[in-house]
Design a protein around this ligand. Sequence first.
Ligand SMILES: Cc1cc2nc3c(=O)[nH]c(=O)nc-3n(C[C@H](O)[C@H](O)[C@H](O)COP(=O)(O)O)c2cc1C
Length: 352
Amino acid sequence: MTAEQIARCIVAEAVWAPSVNNTQPWRFVTGREPGSRPVGQHASEQDSQQLSLHADTGRSLAVADPDGRELMISCGAALFNLRLTLRSMGYVPETSVLPDPTQPTLVARVTWRERAASDEFERRLFSQIRRRRTHRGAFDPEPLPPDLLAALRSGAARDGAALRIVADDGRRAALAAAVETAERQLRQDGERLRELARWTPAPGCACRDGVPATSYPARAEHTDPDFPGRDFARGHGWGMPPLSPATSIRAAGVAGLLTTAADRPADWVNAGQALQRIMLTASASGAAVALHSQPLELPWLREFIRTQLSDGAYPHLVLRIGVVTQMAVSVRRDPGDVLFASGGDHADLGRG
Ligand SMILES: Cc1cc2nc3c(=O)[nH]c(=O)nc-3n(C[C@H](O)[C@H](O)[C@H](O)COP(=O)(O)O)c2cc1C
């Protein structure tokens, strides 16, 4: 395979990463970009074996995410897919995160020179990239597979983040209350609602981004304690009908927090990589993950969670993990729309 063909393959998988409101705030540039080669060094064959991941700030949420934290988490998740896909192809990715302080939107550069066969675990994770979906709603009452939580925790640590399970009843109720308080506040904020509307298309829309009505339930599924979801339907009644008649034994799942020790852009990228590792690992074990970022978009509630529920570590997402039959369908832009050649040409690189 040529370097360009490899770039096309890995971008085709990277775009299946989760992103806030499915904004897909990324673009990829293949080949060595001006400025990334030391002065005096000439272009070589290896120059083409490089892909840069850029944050697409035109897709950021100016109201909900003014610092770009969720944008960077989303790009971090895409970076994890890039690395995992290279591993599945037998390459050893070398990654440099935020390599150029003069280009804060250059999230990472990834090169691949050496080869080494992928292992069984990497192949299992890779097989979940397109299968995994964000869950919205309640879970079945079945317990999680044994050892899954330990695997998720150690996986998050490998990417420089932490998954903190919130098991204690009182703390779990406090976390649910934070989600509920945030969701109530967000639903009354006209500016936020207008921003959300840009990413919540009506059913039948041919859109390739945003949260489609095929990916959330038409009727909110309440649990005890209740972690309300976002109002993607915006009162229109859109969404998927329930799979089976509601029973009283639907569960909230195991609640947790994804955190990092510091709160710099590099930590946000790490959190994104850890998030995608968690979601793929859960999916490979037949479990699913629900995400709630509502309370983390309100500084006072984020600070409450940091000081009261995560021992001072910086929280990025509330997660719920559980077992469920999933029917959600999501959408993505064509990889050809987000892959560019260095120098700016993207006409004949992306598709095919
Ligand atoms: C930083 C971040 C925040 C998110 N916040 C939420 C959320 O509050 N509620 C939710 O239902 N999904 C949330 N998601 C999941 C996205 O909506 C989801 O990844 C996107 O719609 C694509 O769907 P998929 O993950 O099923 O492929 C979040 C994802 C990321 C990366």
